[in-house]
Design a protein around this ligand. Structure first.
Ligand code: SF4
Length: 370
């Protein structure tokens, strides 16, 4: 059915460059490779989960190396999955789940680092306690060609302002605007989406980052082989990014702003560039690098943001595909607040053409997925 709605979701795989850059993701779709979270369940760790946090992190570093070896042996056909014993006690994934809980007790899941104890119901900037809320989940046919149909799960709440033009403001600015979900319920959502034909479990919001503890725990209960996709503003803390490496197969970050002044004015987020560029580099260099960077063309921000962002991607994360997005519409606060009058319009055709031309000049791979 989706082949009729989105023929490009099939045709895109005829592009050799796309297949090469996304070779592991493609292999997961074809059943050749295992999703990473399934491999993380197979790596044993030798530490008690009651141990002090520094010992858990030390074991995490060791387990990450073991994970890398196992992944390479399985992908390369050096060993067969049937030869790998399931850990009798604690796995790498269990360790990640415990570390995420520890982080949530003095919350630094994202770089706002509110340090509140969310497990005891305290709330920081995102106004989420220990529970996660899902507003909706469905097979999304509007995502990039390589992703659809995408098993999209929308969490409420956001660690950004939210952005003054947010199109999901009803859920990002209202954390309670959804249904409470347990990790088991999340795993059931993923399983049913996979059975309906989803190519991936697309964790999004709002922002998935404040929900990382519940997302990781849900993976413990997911039995189906499905690619895990992180669709986020990329404002994760260092620690959260470490937990995500080795379970996320596909990265779908936003890179909106090049300078912090724009980021603070329109997304109400401090220290944007340092955090977001750092996380792009880490996931590109250590997280497999199979990613589509989404860059939204904001009117009037072609010179200060679009051009330098595209240039940075080309120079620093060359494996990334880029979605140069021209669908910006004034919404949420922009249409009613005079402070944002400068972006109360759609990008002009001239701005869009300048951005496309610049992406071409830089040699970015953007057309098949924009
Ligand atoms: S997820 Fe981020 S915004 Fe939310 S409480 Fe934790 S550190 Fe604060």
């Amino acid at each position: 059915m989706w082949r009729i709605v989105r023929p490009d979701s099939v045709d895109v795989w005829n592009d050799e460059l796309v297949r090469t850059r996304l070779s592991r993701y493609y292999g997961i779709l074809k059943g050749v490779f295992l999703p990473k979270f399934k491999i993380a369940k197979l790596v044993p760790v030798e530490v008690s989960l009651d141990s002090p946090e520094n010992e858990l992190w030390s074991e995490h570093r060791k387990a990450s190396r073991d994970f890398g070896t196992l992944l390479s042996d399985l992908d390369g056909g050096k060993i067969n999955l049937r030869e790998v014993a399931v850990p009798s006690s604690i796995s790498f994934l269990d360790l990640k789940i415990e570390l995420a809980k520890r982080i949530t007790q003095s919350c630094h899941l994202c770089e706002r680092r509110c340090n509140v104890n969310r497990l005891k119901g305290e709330k920081g900037f995102c106004r989420l306690g220990k529970d996660s809320f899902v507003s909706t989940f469905f097979l999304h046919m509007g995502e990039e060609s390589v992703l659809v149909p995408s098993g999209t799960i929308f969490f409420t709440g956001c660690n950004f302002g939210p952005c003054v033009f947010c199109q999901n403001a009803d859920i990002s600015s209202d954390p309670d605007n959804g249904q409470i979900v347990t990790p088991i319920l999340l795993s059931k959502m993923v399983t049913s989406l996979k059975r309906e034909g989803a190519r991936n479990a697309n964790w999004v919001g709002g922002s998935p980052t404040p929900n990382l503890h519940n997302i990781l725990e849900s993976m413990k209960h997911i039995e189906v082989d499905i690619c895990q996709l992180w669709n986020s503003n990329f404002y994760m803390s260092n620690e959260s990014t470490e937990l995500l490496l080795d379970v996320i197969d596909f990265w779908l970050p936003d890179m909106k702003w090049f300078n912090d002044k724009c980021a603070f004015k329109y997304s109400r987020i401090p220290n944007y560039w340092n955090v977001v560029s750092r996380n792009h580099l880490v996931t590109h260099n250590r997280g497999g690098g199979e990613m589509i960077v989404r860059h939204l063309l904001v009117p009037g921000h072609i010179e200060c943001c679009t051009k330098p962002v595209l240039e940075w991607i080309s120079n620093n994360i060359p494996k990334a595909l880029v979605n140069v997005m021209d669908q910006y519409r004034p919404s949420y606060l922009v249409s009613s607040n005079r402070d944002y009058a400068d972006i109360n319009r759609r990008p002009s055709q001239e701005e869009i053409e300048i951005a496309y031309k610049y992406a071409d000049e830089l040699g970015l791979l953007w057309k098949p997925i924009s």
